[in-house]
Design a protein. Structure first.
Length: 106
């Protein structure tokens, strides 16, 4: 919901009273590394991956976070390219894509 104008309709206070504002702080890099590191470690151990692959967990996550931060800072949305919106879901999709890998093909 946004301010009126620009094609957006006016929302009356009578309707707005039924909604709540929820705000979440962004995670810092240490938290993201811990969350996705735990997910990758568990997946690699569950899938019986080689120990050499398990050692690369932190490097995979740090590299993915670097690319994520670069995309967020350099690929800013514009009216012509409004699809340049990146969030933690995009980072999670990369990590979950890695989790779908087969141990025989890695």
């Amino acid at each position: 919901m946004g301010e009126p104008g620009g094609g957006r309709t006016f929302i009356t206070p009578r309707i707005l009273r039924h909604f709540s504002l929820i705000s979440l702080a962004n995670f810092d890099d240490d938290t993201i590394i811990r969350i996705f590191g735990t997910i990758l470690d568990w997946n690699f151990k569950k899938g019986n991956f080689n120990s050499d692959i398990i050692k690369f967990t932190n490097k995979l996550i740090n590299g993915t976070i670097d690319i994520y931060h670069t995309a967020m800072s350099e690929l800013l949305p514009t009216p012509a390219k409004c699809h340049y919106l990146f969030n933690l879901r995009d980072l999670a999709k990369v990590i979950f894509g890695i989790c779908m890998s087969d141990k025989d093909k890695v």
